[in-house]
Design a binder for this molecule. Sequence first.
Ligand SMILES: Nc1ncnc2c1ncn2[C@@H]1O[C@H](COP(=O)(O)OP(=O)(O)O)[C@@H](O)[C@H]1O
Ligand SMILES: [Mg+2]
Length: 274
Amino acid sequence: MSVLEIKNLHVSVADKEILKGLNLTISSNETIALLGPNGNGKSTLLQTIMGNPNYKITKGQILLDNKDITSLEVDERSKLGIFLGMQYPSEVPGVNNADFLKASLNAHREKPVSLFEFYKLLNNAYDRVSIPFEMSNRNLNEGFSGGEKKKNEILQMLILNPTFVMLDEIDSGLDVDAIQIVASVIKEKQDGNKGFLIVSHYARLYDLINVDKAVVLVNGKVATTGGRELIKKIDSEGYEWIKKELGIEIEKETTMNQVSIGSCATKEALKGQK
Ligand SMILES: Nc1ncnc2c1ncn2[C@@H]1O[C@H](COP(=O)(O)OP(=O)(O)O)[C@@H](O)[C@H]1O
Ligand SMILES: [Mg+2]
């Protein structure tokens, strides 16, 4: 079993401190649901774990099996088995999707994959996420719909087979059928040999997969942890109770945030605005 440990992490983006002493441990046999109001640092945490250089670690450490990986480059972390399915996957014109996937896979192997083996893997992966195989010939994410971009992230996960999978709002932009597909792939991969850190605003995704722990991130720190009941509470009540019950004042509260905190909560918030 592998363990990813985040210790007292402080991270700044564009000279503003976003993560303010965050502690979290993920084992390679558990799934953590990461929730929290918008703008509180969820994506920052995932990007920092992956090693995005725009996110500056000013204090604290990231350890993988007790080895300090805080200063490793993105590709080195990827080779150690860490993967991030991004909230906003970039379009990369001029880079063929299949070539990109083959290059990524080869970067993780000592010997390059044979063409036969690669196409078998690729075919299976396309099949699994229900995207037509012809899309492997298109440029990476270029002109893809929101749902196709998200499914393409899952496809990369299937090809690379990482130990730690971080998925950032993988379900946003997906229709109900696509959510079912993505959730069934996640569930299939929850075989006890992978750790998942999954950010979503919606209980409907978490309902379809295994969840060991729910963690709520507020103001760049873990505010509270719990189980499925915590996800349910957020889905129906939003985050209002954080202040009342935990005495934590959420620093950012805009109309935008209220509208995207949870499905039922969203309906309630919208009612109030009419
Ligand atoms: N690349 C960036 N440049 C400037 N500010 C950023 C960048 N990434 C994140 N931030 C800021 O960091 C804060 C936390 O954002 P984020 O981690 O995306 O929150 P969440 O994923 O919880 O919604 C926000 O105020 C956001 O504007
Ligand atoms: Mg985010």
